[in-house]
Ligand binder design. Structure first.
Ligand code: UD1
Length: 391
């Protein structure tokens, strides 16, 4: 009998939103191939459209999930509560030894809470990031998930330090590096092969990319109007705007959709797959975004980023001068963009910056550490607390 069928560690990985599929892919591949691990992949169903989920499973060659919990859209409480209820049921059925969650979505928190409450250890990948803005649902999800997890994989030294500052025991934290960097390196060739730049008629052109989906930008018409008008007024370059479903709905309900369709310098697209998005980013002059992952990917691809937020959890990108926080102020967006476009040597400069996201082997380290901790009996939810407070 193989080790896998006898006493392999049962790892339940719960994913459900677009960026989680990308950042979990390198870890899923390793765990799936490991004889000492029995992988139980669960999809929460938070993202359900083909372009928001299945396309990434196909591109990244991931196995079909064992179950889709089908939580779909809804309020934060609805999504989180449904996820807890359905995860609890599936935990009772599949009896995992550890539940692994990624990032900061409602899927992350719901999965972690359901697990720890039935005394199944939680491993949080991308732990310790902080924007220190509790009005963002992602910050609430990050903090609470970290505080109920038994193994915290910090992508950066800054994240590691944040966890220490919050009193997490040194034994629970692990500086892993960032799995999104692993994914990017593993797919360099696929990214290179993408035809998207040619398909959009942008070969040899200087162009920008915009993505915006955060509730604070999208659900407030005033802010969304300012962002859209900046892009429409940036006549000197074309801007490609792949529209997130949440944003699409909001644009449709305002006059902004018409304004964007009329603008000859804006190219609207459906949400793009991973390879196309990274290829488009790599060849762009500047990225406008309110996404966390894209700030980091722009940095890793040496493209200047203008972030449509007032804070960020990816603080290194700002400290190193690769990312500017401009909020939703039209004047600032245009001013900072023009500075970037005028700075011809900027990409060379960004190329020379140190990389705070590890060595591209974060997923190997996580898989190795997870097994080490489990097989030495260290990965347990125990009385006295998983988190050892220093005070
Ligand atoms: C979620 C995450 C966010 C992450 C983002 C990546 C939370 C709190 N937010 O935000 O951290 O950056 O995913 O994209 O978990 N919709 C569709 N089809 C889909 C998915 C969503 O049409 O496949 C629409 C629904 O109308 C839904 C809206 O988009 O109401 C928002 O989706 P939701 O999953 O609630 O949050 P995101 O904004 O995608």
């Amino acid at each position: 009998m193989s080790i896998r069928s006898a006493k392999a560690m049962k790892v339940m990985v719960i994913v459900g939103v677009r960026p989680q599929i990308i950042k979990s892919a390198p870890v899923l591949r390793l765990l799936g191939e490991d004889e000492e691990v029995s992988l139980q992949l669960i999809h929460s169903g938070q993202h359900y459209d083909f372009e928001m989920s299945k396309v990434f499973f196909n591109e990244l060659d991931l196995p079909d999930p064992l179950h889709n919990l089908g939580i779909g859209s809804g309020s934060h409480a609805t999504q989180t509560a449904m996820l807890m209820m359905r995860t609890e049921k599936i935990i009772h059925e599949l009896k995992p030894d550890v539940v692994m969650v990624f990032g900061d979505a409602n899927t992350t928190l719901g999965g972690a809470l359901a697990a720890v409450k039935v005394h199944v250890s939680v491993c949080h990948v991308e732990a310790g990031l902080r924007s220190y803005d509790m009005s963002m649902p992602e910050e609430v999800n990050r903090v609470l998930t970290d505080h109920c997890s038994q193994m915290l994989c910090a992508p950066t030294l800054e994240a590691f330090k944040n966890l220490r500052k919050e009193g997490m025991g040194e034994n629970n934290i692990f500086l892993s590096g960032d799995t999104m960097y692993d994914a990017l390196l593993q797919h360099e060739v696929d990214i290179e092969k993408s035809e998207i730049v040619r398909e959009l008629g942008l070969t040899g052109e200087i162009y920008a990319i915009l993505t915006v989906h955060r509730p604070e930008n999208v659900d407030e018409t005033e802010r969304l109007t300012k962002i859209v008008s900046s892009i429409v007024n940036l006549k000197e370059v074309k801007t490609v705007f792949p529209v997130h479903p949440r944003t699409k709905k909001r644009l449709r309900n305002t006059k902004l959709e018409k304004a964007l369709k009329r603008a000859t310098n804006v190219i609207l697209t459906e949400p793009l797959g991973y390879f196309d998005m990274l290829c488009l980013m790599k060849n762009s002059a500047v990225v406008f975004t309110d996404s966390g992952g894209m700030q980091k990917e722009a940095f890793l691809l040496h493209v200047p980023c203008i972030t449509l937020r007032y804070n960020t959890e990816w603080v290194e990108t700002v400290k190193l001068g690769a990312n500017k926080l401009v909020g939703a102020e039209s004047e600032r967006i245009l001013r900072e963009t023009r500075k970037v476009l005028d700075n011809k040597g900027i990409k060379m400069k960004l190329r020379s910056l140190p990389n705070p996201y590890g060595d591209g082997k974060a997923s190997q380290k996580i898989a190795r550490e997870l097994k080490g901790r489990f097989y030495s009996g260290k990965l347990v939810v125990k009385a006295g607390g998983a988190v050892h407070f220093n005070v």
